[in-house]
Every structure is written in structure tokens, then in C-alpha cells.
Design a protein around this ligand. Structure first.
Ligand SMILES: Nc1ncnc2c1ncn2[C@@H]1O[C@H](COP(=O)(O)OP(=O)(O)OP(=O)(O)O)[C@@H](O)[C@H]1O
Length: 369
């Protein structure tokens, strides 16, 4: 796991009114794989945004680009109007990455205190511990904690610098239900302070419950961007299902309102933007056994937007099932500008925590420690 913490000597000011995050035509390829394939994305200060996609969609690569851990092959990425490395150096960004090994032989309080000292304007250590819900663990060794406790320590490390933007790469992976709930409560408390939060996940319900805005990424491209409700609407309002009971599936896709047809066993599922018209047409065909109309779930929307055939013709599924507009659905007041540091960067022995310390962004900041 990478606790990305970086310190900076530069005044940690976010320039003007530049958005917290801005990708413009960003591309990152690995051989034949276009991991990030022409991403345009703007995140306003103060938003909580979920980057949602399945395994291999390009989430981690996009996050590496925005933290300056990797460079785009084409296009640009800016944080608060600055090159990512500079923003990280200036202490504007805190991150919690996926990998990393526990820091050995130090207590939780020592670790968080060490990291706080790397920042120009950290929050009090006790406050960071409280926000992350680990006050009781302060005296415990950081390398002798459960997975859920370790995640929360990483969260404290990411936020103790009081960064204006916090980036969390699959923060709840491997957490149980209880630990997840505690984690999200902490994250929301942090967001309420006016900070910008970007987290990646493949849990639909987490994106829906904890983000103002969901950006769906598939095959390196953004295929939808909006609130959970907007995504559901964009994917087609309702799901009409019925027992085939000997009826064929021919012509179902052409019934009024129908956007997509799926057959599961003996049941047909029609995604419809006008379920009344679809039901009437089905009734006319006599196909009404076991008829059900249900509201499209976010899962339905997600599957529609990221259907596996999307790769086969190079057309993002969202281009066929129109996605919500690329605009933030709900915007909160812009975050106050924070003087803060970010990233992980515990360079020396004690908290030389994770891969971020070996990465270019950390290199850039290392000289300031
Ligand atoms: N260093 C690398 N070298 C080669 N291929 C890579 C590298 N990093 C990522 N990829 C490929 O780029 C694509 C996107 O990977 P990425 O890790 O960004 O996806 P992800 O959405 O974060 O997935 P997950 O949810 O599994 O973490 C995948 O096909 C992956 O195999």
C-alpha cells in the first residue's frame, strides 16, 4: 500500500481557481494496452468523486498519472493548475495507494507524527488519529495490526498533512463490513471539511453511497460521468422481465422503449426507457407470464456502460447507451485552499513505507525532507 505523503517547502497554495484535478486527452499505453485512452476529466474543488471500473479498467494507472508517479504518453494532467509533481511537492495532495508494507518497529503515533513533520501545515496528530478512528491504536506497533486497522492507519497518514486533495486507490479492498463502515465515516468527515476526495473502487454501492459524482472508466476511457441517479437514468430507467415460456426472443430488441435484451435461463430481461410502452407491446404478444417491472439499479447501469463487448469493436459501451453528461452532478462549495503537504514520503528508515517513496513524485519532494 502506498501511503503517499510528501512534504514541501514551497508555499502550498493551490493556484487561483484552477480545478483540483484536470486531465486533458491523457493517454498512457503499456505495449499494446491503452491503460488510459484519451481521458478528459475535471474535478472541482470540494467534490467527492468515485472512479468506478472493473479490474484492469485503468483506475490505478489514471491515479498514478495524477500523482505524478507516471507520465502520460500524450495529453496533460494538472492538479490545482500545476504539474502533479509540483502539487504533490507543495503538499496539496495526500494519497493512499494499493500496495505497501507495514512500517516496522514504530507505533502508530510515531508513524503519523513522523509523516506530519514532513508537511508545512499539518493537522494535529491527535486530530488525524481521531478522524481516522484509530485513537485507541496510537500506542500499538504499526506492523502488528489487522488489515482493517492498517488501512485506517494509512488513511491517517494520508490525511495528517491536511491536503486539499486526497486520493484513495481502492481504500476498502479486503475490509469487512464493519471496517468499511468505519472507513467511510472517516472519509466523509474529511470531505466535510471542504476537501476534494477522489477514490477508486469496483464496488458500485460504495460509489453510490459515498460519492457526489461517479466517473465510470472502462478500457481506459470514461464512459459515464454523473451522480448515481443520473447513471441509472442514462442506462435506461427500468428493467422489464418476463418468463419466455416458449416465446421466442425475436423482435424483442425492437419493441418500443427497449434499449437492450438479455436472456437468463427461461427469463428475458429488457432494459427499457419507456417501460409502459414495452409492457403494452409485450401484452400484445401475449408475453406476460411472470411479468415484472423494476427500477434500473446502478448495477444495471454499470453493466450497460461497461459491457464486455465494448472492447471488441473499440466502441465504448457508453457511446451506445448514452451516459450521463460529463459534468459534476452535485457540487459542494469550493474547498478552502489548504497549505498542506501530501504524499508519502517517508524517506528514511523509520517510515520508509511504500512504493511511493521510490517513485518520481517522491523523488521530487525528497529533497525537502
Ligand atoms: N506497469 C504496467 N505494465 C504493463 N501493463 C500495465 C501496467 N500497469 C497497468 N497495466 C495494464 O493496464 C490496464 C489498466 O490497469 P490498471 O491497474 O490501471 O487497472 P485498474 O482499473 O486499476 O484495475 P484493478 O481494479 O484490478 O486494480 C490493465 O490491462 C493492466 O494490465
Amino acid at each position: 500500500m502506498g501511503m503517499t505523503t510528501t512534504s514541501g517547502t514551497a508555499a502550498a497554495t493551490a493556484q487561483g481557481a484552477a480545478p483540483a484535478v484536470s486531465f486533458s486527452g491523457a493517454v498512457r499505453t503499456f505495449g499494446a494496452v491503452r491503460a488510459v485512452d484519451g481521458v478528459d476529466l475535471e474535478i472541482t474543488r470540494g467534490e467527492t468523486v468515485a472512479l468506478l471500473g472493473r479490474n484492469g479498467a485503468g483506475k490505478s494507472t489514471a491515479i498514478s498519472l495524477l500523482l505524478g508517479l507516471d507520465d502520460p504518453d500524450a495529453g496533460t494532467v494538472r492538479l490545482f493548475g500545476q504539474e502533479p509533481e509540483r502539487a504533490v511537492q507543495a503538499g496539496l495532495v495526500g494519497a493512499m495507494l494499493q500496495e505497501g508494507r507495514p512500517v516496522r518497529r514504530v507505533t502508530v503515533r510515531e508513524l503519523v507524527t513522523f509523516v506530519a513533520r514532513q508537511y508545512p501545515a499539518p493537522m494535529p496528530v491527535a486530530e488525524a488519529l481521531e478522524l481516522a478512528g484509530i485513537t485507541e491504536l496510537a500506542g500499538r506497533r504499526a506492523d502488528r495490526l489487522s488489515g482493517g486497522q492498517t488501512q485506517r492507519v494509512r488513511f491517517a497518514v494520508a490525511l495528517v498533512g491536511d491536503p486539499a486533495l486526497i486520493v484513495l486507490d481502492e481504500p476498502t479492498a479486503a475490509l469487512d463490513v464493519e471496517a468499511r463502515r468505519a472507513f467511510w465515516a472517516s472519509m466523509r468527515a474529511y470531505a466535510r471539511r471542504g476537501h476534494t476526495v477522489l477514490f477508486s473502487t469496483h464496488y458500485l454501492e460504495e460509489a453510490d453511497a459515498h460519492a457526489d459524482r461517479i466517473v465510470v472508466i472502462d478500457h481506459g476511457r470514461i464512459v459515464a460521468d454523473g451522480s448515481g441517479d443520473e447513471l441509472k437514468r442514462a442506462a435506461g430507467g427500468n428493467l422489464v422481465s418476463f418468463d419466455l415460456a416458449g416465446h421466442g426472443t425475436e423482435g424483442l430488441a425492437r419493441l418500443p422503449g427497449v434499449l437492450a435484451v438479455e436472456v437468463r435461463g427461461d427469463r428475458a430481461l429488457l432494459r427499457s426507457e419507456d417501460s409502459d410502452a414495452t409492457v403494452i407491446a409485450l401484452a400484445e404478444r401475449g408475453a406476460i407470464r411472470g411479468l415484472e417491472v423494476t427500477a434500473a439499479s446502478l448495477e444495471t447501469a454499470f453493466l450497460a456502460l461497461t459491457s464486455s463487448d465494448a472492447a471488441s469493436d473499440g466502441t465504448p459501451a457508453g457511446a451506445r447507451a448514452p451516459a450521463a453528461p460529463h459534468s459534476a452532478a452535485a457540487r459542494r462549495p469550493a474547498a478552502a485552499e489548504h497549505q498542506a503537504a501530501a504524499g508519502d514520503r517517508c524517506t528514511e528508515d523509520p517510515p520508509a513505507v511504500d512504493r511511493a517513496a521510490e517513485e518520481p513524485a517522491a523523488d521530487a519532494a525528497r529533497e525537502t525532507v
